[in-house]
Design a protein around this ligand. Sequence first.
Ligand code: 3QA
Length: 228
Amino acid sequence: MKIAIMGAMVEEITPLLEFFEKYKTIEFAKNSYYTTSYKGMDLVIAYSKIGKVNASLTASTLIEKFGAQKLLFSGVAGALNPSLKVGDLLVATKLAQHDLDITAFGHPHGYVPEGSVYVETDKALTVLAQKVASAQNIKLLEGIIATGDQFICDGVKKEWIHSTFNADATEMEGASVAVVCDALNVPFCVLRAISDAADMDAGFSFDEFLVSSAKESAQFIIAMLDEL
Ligand SMILES: Nc1ncnc2c(CN3C[C@H](CCSCCOCCO)[C@@H](O)C3)c[nH]c12
């Protein structure tokens, strides 16, 4: 079984590379892909760089070039649901693109013809994540993620995304990973640890908690590998 583990920022995969210690580096399409093995599984690890376009390229490459049969995304996110605090873990049930907008033609936000507003994640991986969470006595929220090519740090935009998509968290890569994995028929999950509240203090909170929240998400992903 070949598993891809993807992040967007180097901080989101550094904890993984440190854990696996030995890995090969393959350069491709202006990015680096790290291959290793773990408990009989082949792993390929990469961070896409920030944003939906970078994430789409990396998710497609992990599947089409490296042959990933499952894709696990690990990273941080901004909370939209007021019950989510810094350090809380969220596994996405479905994801939408909050900045995809052809409402001028009567379509809902996040929709384009022959598409759908939401893409659902793999249910078996969500069940597995909950199994790991309860074994570790960790609270894991199952929720909706709204993805867009903006760092959200404004209460008005935060509330608009929250209410328009009923989203629990926002980030900049998950929904494009979802579109790619769905189109290529690869089971995927998106796991995010909260780093900020997507409000006016988001920048400071993000800077303070990126590393610790990224580590939390990565450690949870590693625990999921043990159950795969
Ligand atoms: N509130 C928020 N709004 C949107 N996304 C997020 C995320 C999730 N990731 C973090 C990173 C933020 C992009 S700027 C990084 C700063 O670079 C620092 C070096 O210049 C991008 O990959 C999306 C955490 N909080 C968020």
